[in-house]
Ligand binder design. Sequence first.
Ligand SMILES: [Zn+2]
Length: 270
Amino acid sequence: MSLGDIVSLGGRVPTPPEVATLRLTVAGSAAAWSREPGHASSSYLLELGRRAIVLDLGQGAFSALSAFRDPARLDAVLVSHLHPDHCIDLVPLRHYLRFGCIPARSLMLHAPADLPARIDALTGQPDFLGELVGPPLEGGDFEVAGFAVAVAPVLHVGPSYAFRVAPAASPDAPGLVYSGDVGRVEDVLPLIREGDTLLIEASFADGPIEEGPNHLNAQEAARAAVEGRASRLILTHILDGYDRTAALEAARRVFPGESLLAEPGLRVEF
Ligand SMILES: [Zn+2]
């Protein structure tokens, strides 16, 4: 066994291959629920070199992510906000780190300050996320595992954040901006640099934006890509039952650059 290999109860897990450039893999892109078997909720793997972080870990995402990378081989987990479709699979991740890895592993966690208490209340166990440690998320910049991360608060529910991620060695190179859930395009725009890829929620597809839940539609998502001068637009978090193809068509009528749907397994290199 080579240095750095770990042993899980399922067997030895090899060191993942090195990825030369920043690479996004969509593990899950569903919104609050999905009736499609195997369609996990929000979760986006970012790899660079041998390092990796994941943005959000909604329901089903732990298993979905495992198809692309052993979750114990993550360096950090970033959570945009406290809705379960963005963070509930921290529960199986913690179980796996504590009981499925020999020796037990720990990961960095960057999440809103209230998250550990929420999970403790859900599980009835104090310090449930003990294997996942890190400072509470707030606006501003930080570095983790070779990634430069910029964080901006957004209008959605309680403390909610959007992220820009780029290689720490070249933070001005094209990066990824992930909106999390957001009800106001203007909150995301400060993060976007010309040439970035914008991964943004379009909950209402090509339909009208409903008052109250603070989400976007595809037209607004595409407006963010235009105004932010992004090079690529990836629509995600489209509500179950809404027409994803129509959403993509609506976005393409607004944004002239490359537009994609964040389907599970989509892989994009920067
Ligand atoms: Zn939400």
